[in-house]
Design a protein around this ligand. Structure first.
Ligand code: PEP
Ligand code: MG
Length: 576
């Protein structure tokens, strides 16, 4: 076997060395194509063969269950066998292949969608929840149709720290599940720098790379891999010399990290005495520990929707309240800015049914919340109740106009009134802010400075929407450019306008944690950064070595440049 390298986009730095573990997946996004009439019987036979393969797989799996395993395990496999053997999934698609002369994958998907729609009208909650099982069985058939093995044993937990997960794609919910594990690294074929999958990857603080395109096909199970998350390179089956070199680099990287952690208690003040707030972005309340360890002086963005992902039931008011209270209490009075749920686009809950052509432009974040005020009120009440136990701020994502802002504020008033009536305490001075992540909001900032207590710039989306690049699409990931003159001009405009209005503004997109942009943002006027905990020490170190008065004119000059090469050079000057 010869060594080779694969290049992608590094989303989380550091070096991992370990064995490949291929994550089995099958996307249900299949394409339709027409099958010539004389090949229709073959296509139907291909479908039958896939069903047989899955049946054998499940039967073997069932036979291999040890007597000591929990009873649910065998029952679960039996259920999947039953679903597979039901004619609605194993026979009906054949008829679709014949009637529509389409490929087997498409026929299976059409039939599965029809089945899932029927599930929605079932009143019995247990049966309704079996929807996920139908999808899993359909995925197994799809995998069999593509010739992939359907079952990869789960990793042994004691060897996890040596495993590098290799996946075609992972959903943000998959990645959140990794928080319970200790994998060395993960790499995927799809995804862009600021896709939510990448964002969550950063929070795991393990080296990871996305957009590798064909890694899942090229890498074999158990192969030795080096993942250089900083450079975005995977080295497959490295030679002895390369391995030794990377082991050394890994060691140096770890030492450097430990050293930086000593800055934890130091205030982030520039050489000329300007103090900057460095906050952390978190997904779950448990992330607060790491935020504190890395010296965060607050939580600038708690992406609350992660409490809603990967499950079919929604967390009720008490469950949400406990999560928010835990974060607020553990921060010991430091501010915790909780964003109301930003679902839609690449973050869907288990019960989401709508499939739209442009989900990022669709019913997402506050737009979705305003269409389901009852669900939104549950969250607002939970946040308000938790505000009694610490310093909570409420942040509303994806605001676009005044009316949405007013409606959200009215709902908050309603939630407050309901708590007043019940005599439940909350912080009456709770601050409400809005995310500036749609170009229209950035350009008409006055609408928001008038109505809100603070703003937070979401550059991941602001860049996505300004440059018209889908942040989840690896094919356009190379076009993601925080230094585009339009982005710099929008950012500078936001900082200036908010400053004039006396409204504090933070930045919580991935730009905030990119140490090469720290001085530029400081020079443009940013005084509050929020980023994944892992980036805090690096950014703080850079700030401690910066002189604002020197940087300001250099940063302003960036606004007058348009040539990418010149912009890069000017950035180098700022960072020199
Ligand atoms: C952003 O858009 O920059 C942001 C911080 O929010 P999210 O990445 O969750 O969309
Ligand atoms: Mg956003």
């Amino acid at each position: 076997m010869t060594s080779f390298t694969i290049h992608g986009i590094g989303v989380s730095g550091g070096i991992a060395i370990g064995r490949a573990h291929l994550v089995s997946d099958a996307s249900l996004e299949v394409k339709r194509h027409v099958v010539p009439p004389d090949q229709v019987p073959d296509e139907a036979a291909r479908f039958d063969a896939a069903v047989r393969t899955v049946r054998t797989e499940l039967e073997e799996l069932h036979a291999s269950v040890p007597a000591t395993a929990p009873a649910e395990f065998a029952a679960f496999i039996n259920l999947h066998l039953m679903i597979l053997n039901d004619s609605t999934l194993s026979v009906a698609p054949r008829k679709i292949i014949e009637d529509e002369r389409c490929n087997a994958e498409w026929a299976l998907k059409v039939q599965m969608d029809a089945l899932l729609a029927q599930f929605d009208s079932i009143e019995n909650a247990y049966l309704r929840e079996r929807k996920a099982d139908v999808v899993q069985v359909a995925q197994r058939i799809l995998k069999a149709l593509s010739g992939q093995p359907g079952y990869i044993p789960p990793p042994q937990s004691d060897a996890e720290h040596d495993l590098i997960l290799v996946a075609h794609d992972l959903s943000p919910a998959d990645v959140v599940q990794f928080k319970q594990h200790r994998f060395a690294s993960f790499i995927t074929d799809l995804g862009g720098t600021t896709s939510h999958t990448a964002v969550v990857a950063r929070s795991l603080n393990i080296p990871s790379i996305v957009a590798l395109r064909h890694a899942r096909k090229l890498i074999r199970e158990n192969e030795l891999l080096i993942v250089d998350g900083t450079q975005g390179v995977v080295i497959v089956d490295p030679g002895q010399q390369v391995l030794a070199e990377y082991q050394l680099r890994q060691h140096q990287f770890d030492i450097e990290r430990q050293k930086l952690k000593r800055l934890r208690g130091t205030r982030a003040t520039t050489l000329d005495g300007v103090t900057v707030e460095l906050h952390a972005n978190i997904e779950l309340p448990g992330d607060v520990v790491e935020a504190r360890e890395n010296g965060a002086t607050g939580i600038g963005l708690f992406r609350s929707e992660f409490l809603f992902l990967g499950r079919n039931d929604l967390p009720d008011e008490d469950e949400q309240f406990e999560a928010y209270r835990k974060a607020a209490q553990e921060m010991g009075g430091l501010p915790v800015t909780i964003r109301t749920y930003d679902l839609g686009a690449d973050k869907q809950t288990g019960d989401a049914q709508r499939i739209t052509t442009n989900p990022a432009l669709g019913l997402r974040a506050i737009r979705l919340c305003l269409t389901e005020p009852h669900r939104f009120l549950v969250q607002l009440r939970a946040m308000l109740r938790a505000s009694h136990y610490g310093k909570i701020n409420i942040l509303i994502p994806m605001l676009m106009n005044a009316s949405e802002t007013d409606q959200a504020l009215q709902l908050l008033e309603r939630a407050k009134r309901s708590l007043d009536e019940e005599g439940i305490p909350y912080d009456h001075a709770i601050q409400v802010g809005g995310m500036i992540e749609i170009p229209a909001a950035a350009l008409a900032l006055g609408l928001f400075t008038k109505r809100l207590d603070f703003l937070s710039v979401g550059t991941n989306d602001l860049i996505q929407y300004t440059l018209a690049i889908d942040r989840t699409d690896e094919a356009v990931a190379h076009l993601y450019d925080p230094l585009h003159p339009a982005i710099l001009s929008l950012l500078s405009g936001i900082f200036k306008t908010a400053g004039r209005a006396g409204v504090p503004v933070a930045l919580c997109g991935e730009m905030a944690g990119d140490v090469s942009l720290t001085r530029l943002l400081l020079g443009l006027g940013l005084r509050q950064f929020s980023m994944h905990s892992a980036h805090l020490p690096d950014v703080k170190q850079r700030l401690l070595k910066s002189n604002l008065e020197e940087i300001k004119p250099l940063a302003q000059k960036m606004l007058r440049l348009s040539d990418p090469e010149k912009l890069r050079k000017q950035l180098d000057r700022i960072n020199a």
